[in-house]
Write a protein that binds this ligand. Structure first.
Ligand SMILES: Nc1ncnc2c1ncn2[C@@H]1O[C@H](COP(=O)(O)OP(=O)(O)O)[C@@H](O)[C@H]1O
Ligand SMILES: O=P(O)(O)O[C@H]1O[C@H](CO)[C@@H](O[C@H]2O[C@H](CO)[C@@H](O)[C@H](O)[C@H]2O)[C@H](O)[C@H]1O
Length: 460
């Protein structure tokens, strides 16, 4: 491993530390749930920044690492410098049994020889070090711990790692706050901080307002590394709730309507807070072309889509035809990956939306472009359909009622009924269903029939 490029204030041992960790990380990193490069071998690491948060000479050492992971590009893809991942490495003489699942390995040489290194977020003490650094707005090396001073952060909140299946890692502090530590990080503005901050400035209560955040400046570029928000205690997510109601044969229309209202509140606040744009004929054509290209790539990746391709293309042709008629749409910042799993219902019945990162597979710059709000609505409509097809026997009437109630709720608050834009809505729903086919084929092949049933309907 090359010598560490350390920000000022970092440790004398960091270069050696990385050299001794290299073989351990090779074995450990690709097995992590949040590692996005699965299926391609890891050929090496380059340290981007190494910061000592607790010196290793005590009972507990703690390092913050940003690591570039080198992997061969996918066949036909452009050469890529490698994704940058964020790690928190704990160092102890020996691991207590409760931390066994966190083990990375035993170090055999270098300054940490004889010590054990592990995934520090499993351990309450290192996680509490992060909260304390946020509370006190610490600066350590190139790490900047920032906070909104209007919100109080109490001392001594006890940390626990969330065990949910997720793309990043989250720690809950005393049921008061949740810290999302981003794993694959990119330079520039991150919508997962940008949009909740903008919504909080607008006074929109539908999104937990960021309390604090961690940033790094690397080669003059800012990286958002973690975001702390109030924890919605006792909340259930929309997906769990929908499946529970379906299993009981209960209707979900009242909740769907409340979700429609919440989505409209968020869209209205985002349109006020951040720039909007008008999509003219040229942009509509580009939009339709992009959808068509994604369909072509999806058919190549998942050939079972083949028989439906021409039927699905009709939705995109209809969109391009609207461009020919000179139709325009307003575009604005949106959630970008809205589905039932991104909606939390507090015990009081209030809904919140979370996770504004956008679709992780899309390039970061594209995720921050203004887009028609209908795209988020299409995501939610797909989600009701998903729920109705995931619970034992399909429940098309249940899905229809939810979809209608969601649009009603949206129209009540925004004054715009998404069903008055059927061509755009259908094109976005088709695009999302195609994405889902690829997603399920890659990640959950047993679920493939769920989006495929929508594909059959949309292609007819
Ligand atoms: N403010 C919050 N209050 C309560 N639970 C939350 C909150 N934010 C996130 N969660 C929980 O954490 C999980 C992961 O959060 P999410 O932002 O979706 O992370 P990821 O981007 O890693 O998927 C969610 O599914 C939800 O259960
Ligand atoms: O939550 P993520 O940002 O990781 O989104 C990805 O995974 C989702 C599944 O967890 C996937 O969503 C699809 O399945 C959901 C049920 O599990 C369903 O509610 C969604 O409507 C459906 O799209 C999402 O597409 C993917 O990007």
């Amino acid at each position: 491993m090359a010598d560490a490029v350390t920000p000022s204030g970092t440790t004398r041992t960091s270069g050696h530390l990385l050299a001794s960790l290299d073989p351990l990380l090779h074995a450990w990193l690709p097995r992590q749930r949040w590692f996005a490069g699965k299926g391609r071998p890891v050929t090496g690491f380059t340290p981007v920044a190494v910061t000592e948060l607790l010196p290793p000479d005590g009972r507990l050492g703690l390092y913050h690492l940003l690591l570039r992971v080198h992997q061969p590009s996918a066949l036909g893809a452009e050469p890529h410098p490698g994704d940058c991942y964020q790690l928190l490495i704990g160092v102890r003489e020996a691991l207590p049994p409760r931390l066994a699942p966190a083990l990375i390995g035993h170090v055999h040489h270098g300054p940490l020889a004889g010590r054990t290194v592990y995934e520090a977020l499993y351990d309450p003490r290192p996680a509490e070090v992060l909260l304390e650094a946020l509370r006190t707005q610490a600066r350590v090396g190139g790490l900047r711990f920032e906070r909104d001073r209007r919100q109080e952060i109490r001392e001594g909140l006890v940390a626990r790692l969330l065990t949910a299946e997720q793309s990043n890692s989250s720690v809950v502090y005393g049921d008061t706050f949740i810290l999302k530590l981003l794993r694959r990080v990119v330079p520039g503005v991150n919508p997962d901080l940008e949009l909740p901050l903008a919504l909080s400035r607008e006074g929109c209560p539908r999104v937990p307002a960021p309390t604090a955040w961690l940033q790094a400046d690397i080669d003059t570029e800012p990286y958002v590394l973690a975001v702390l928000q109030p924890f919605v205690s006792g909340a259930s997510d929309g997906w769990e709730l929908a499946l529970r109601e379906l299993a009981k044969g209960e209707d979900f229309a009242a909740e769907a309507r409340a979700l429609g209202r919440a989505t409209a509140e968020v869209h209205t606040a985002l349109a006020r807070a951040l720039p909007t744009a008008t999509l003219g004929p040229a942009q509509l054509r580009t939009l339709a072309e992009g959808m068509t290209e994604r369909l072509t790539a999806a058919v190549q990746a998942v050939p079972v889509l083949g028989p439906y391709e021409s039927g699905l293309r009709a939705a995109y042709r209809a969109l391009a035809a609207l461009a020919g008629e000179g139709r325009t749409w307003t575009a604005q910042r949106i959630h970008g990956d809205l589905h039932l799993g991104q909606c939390l219902r507090a015990p009081s019945g209030t809904w919140s939306l979370i996770d504004f990162e956008g679709e992780p597979a899309r390039p970061p710059a594209e995720r921050r472009l203004p887009q028609p709000a209908v795209r988020d609505i299409a995501g939610m409509l797909r989600s009701f359909d998903y729920a109705a097809h995931s619970a034992g026997a399909p429940a098309p009437d249940w899905a229809r009622a939810c979809r209608a109630a969601y649009c009603d709720g949206y129209a009540e608050v925004s004054g715009r009924d998404p069903r008055t834009d059927p061509v755009l809505l259908r094109a976005y729903e088709t695009d999302k269903a195609v994405y889902e086919v690829v997603y399920e084929a890659r990640h959950r092949p047993d679920w493939l029939p769920v989006p495929l049933s929508a594909i059959r309907r949309l292609a007819a």
